[in-house]
Each structure stands twice: as C-alpha cells, then as structure tokens.
Write a protein that binds this ligand. Sequence first.
Ligand SMILES: C[C@](O)(CO)[C@H](O)COP(=O)(O)OP(=O)(O)OC[C@H]1O[C@@H](n2ccc(N)nc2=O)[C@H](O)[C@@H]1O
Ligand SMILES: Nc1ncnc2c1ncn2[C@@H]1O[C@H](COP(=O)(O)OP(=O)(O)OP(=O)(O)O)[C@@H](O)[C@H]1O
Length: 323
Amino acid sequence: MTQSAQSSQPPGSTATSTVTVRVPAKVNVQLSVGGLRADGFHGLANVFLAVGLYDSISATRAEAPLLTASGPDAAQIPLDDSNLAVRAARLLARRHGLAPDVHLHIAKDVPVAGGMAGGSADAAGALLACDTLWETRTPREELLELCAELGSDVPFSLLGGAALGRGRGEILTPLEVTGTFHWVFAIADGGLSTPEVYRECDRLREAAGTGSGAASVPDPEPAPELLAALRAGDADALAATLRNDLQPAAVSLRPALAETLEAGVAAGALAGLVSGSGPTCAFLMNDADSAARTAQALLASGTCRAARPTTGPAPGATLVRPL
Ligand SMILES: C[C@](O)(CO)[C@H](O)COP(=O)(O)OP(=O)(O)OC[C@H]1O[C@@H](n2ccc(N)nc2=O)[C@H](O)[C@@H]1O
Ligand SMILES: Nc1ncnc2c1ncn2[C@@H]1O[C@H](COP(=O)(O)OP(=O)(O)OP(=O)(O)O)[C@@H](O)[C@H]1O
C-alpha cells in the first residue's frame, strides 16, 4: 500500500463498485483526565462534539490491498499498513474470514495530528465503507467494539453527534443537544503526538506535586452545567464551562498556542480551548457571522496556518455513495 493520488476520486472507481463514507472531526468540550492506569491509558470524562470538517473514505473492490490519499495535507499521513484506515479494513476482513483486498482512498480535510481525531475518522469510515462493500452486515454494537480496538476516539467517530466517553473514551453515552453551536478552528503548522501530550500532562502533575497515578488523581466526572448547556443550546453557558485538562500540556509543548488562544478571544470568540491533544485551537462563537469574522481575524493575526468556521453537532460516519 504505497501510492498517493491527487484526485478526489479513487482511480479506477466506478459508480457501482465504490462505497464512500463521510466522517466528521471532533472537538472535546470537556476533557477531564484522571490518573494514569496500569494499561497505559488515562480514565476520562470526555464530552465529544462532532463538527463539520470531514474526511471521505472510499472503498473499491481490488485484486490486492491499496491505499491512496488526496487533499492538501495528504502527504502527512502514512500510506503503509500503519494507516488506521488500513488497520480497520484488515480487522473487519479478519473478523469475517475475508481477504482485505480493497482499494481505500482517503480524501483528507481534517487536520493531521491536530487533536480532531482525523485518523480515527478514517478508521471508522473504512470500517463502515468495507462493511457495506463486502456486504458483511456487522451489527452496530460489533462495529463499535471493532472501533474501540482501533483507538479510543474511533467509536465516537462512527457515532457522531455529541456523547460522553468514559473509560479511556471508548464507552459512549449519546448526549442531547439543542440547536447548533458555531465554532472556528485555528489550525497550526505541524501536529502534536497524542501519547506525548498525555505524558506531558503526567509530567506537569508530578512537577506540581499532585501525582499522576490513578490513586492520586480523582476520578473525572462530566460537569452537570456543561451537559445542561448542551441540552439548552446555550452558547454562553457552554463557553463558561469548556474545559480541557490536556491544554496545559499542549501549551507546554507548543507555547505559541497561548498566543493563538488570546488572538481568538480578542477577535470576538466567547471562549477558546485547545482541541483534544492539540495543536488545533477551537473557538466557540455566537453565530455564523461572528465565526466568519473571527476566522479572518485569526488568519490575519499570523498565529495559525488556517482558520475554519464550522458548526456542531455533525452526524457520525455516513454513507454518501451509493445513496
Ligand atoms: C485526546 C483524545 O483525542 C481526546 O478525545 C483521545 O483521548 C485520544 O484518543 P486516540 O487518539 O484514539 O488515542 P489511542 O490511539 O487510543 O491512544 C494513543 C495513546 O494516547 C494515550 N491515551 C489515549 C487515550 C486515553 N484515554 N489515555 C491515554 O493515555 C496513550 O498513551 C495511548 O497509547
Ligand atoms: N488515516 C490517518 N490519518 C491521519 N493520521 C494517521 C492516519 N493513520 C495513521 N495516522 C498516524 O496517526 C497520527 C495521529 O494522527 P491523527 O490525525 O489521528 O491525530 P489526532 O487528530 O491528533 O488524533 P486524536 O485527536 O484522536 O488524538 C499521525 O501523525 C499519523 O502518523
């Protein structure tokens, strides 16, 4: 699997032999991080919101496995067997005793290593696309279990909307949301490694003398005011309760993020926070007009590479071809 392509359609695809799935990015409106567990993960109270930046994953029957990618940042993703979409296709094929002979094509729009679960989106998309192409009809619960095997964020990429993630983030409870929240995402040059950001979080906790183990960090809980703000569709109340325990670690590894966060708030955001493990910064806005203005001001501030206005919640992995 070592080929890249620049077109948005997989080469050689035909209308009948290709399945395409669209999958959203996410922002964590609450990311409360518990102590480091014995298995190397952290217990979380993780409130996910899917937002309107999407990757599209196409699956086409092929004689042998092949992966291609397109989009401005496609060169940043691995095209070998470490790609999460490839791992997803192999996992599903193994589950059903099939050969993983499929051409996967990723049309990439979610920032790479940006804290917006782009790789997870591709994994969830590949699972759904291959399950449809191969007519394996895997029950939803089983698909969610396969997602969890691939990564902590992957089940949410399949589900979309808004959800509380417990455990390491993979145990999901859908959440009620009223209306639409407006956001601007400030995309940085270069990514941050998720395990490194968690390690930095532990290091900062140790340095502060609070300890980083499961015995010393209280079990994280979702904030009732934040869940109420989502239920009510109240952007001001949500802005007052946004929280990301990984933010100090992301800013410690990338101090320039402090300037991006300041620039967004100075440009009219209700509040800003680092998205997940960063370095993308997320700004909650009042409406679409202020989102467009703030995106322009952020770009002009020179504190980010790109600024994208969008909304959430967005639907989870969705079949877009064939309809
Ligand atoms: C930061 C978030 O994006 C917030 O939603 C997620 O917690 C990260 O989820 P992800 O990228 O799917 O992460 P995984 O692929 O499951 O794990 C990658 C690495 O991140 C760290 N990790 C991840 C999830 C978690 N609850 N605790 C962790 O400490 C571990 O070092 C793990 O080896
Ligand atoms: N399909 C994929 N798309 C992007 N990155 C991938 C993919 N498959 C594997 N990777 C690897 O995973 C790393 C993390 O990429 P990803 O874009 O998922 O980060 P992220 O959005 O910060 O993740 P998260 O928010 O879930 O922690 C990349 O640096 C890349 O090496």
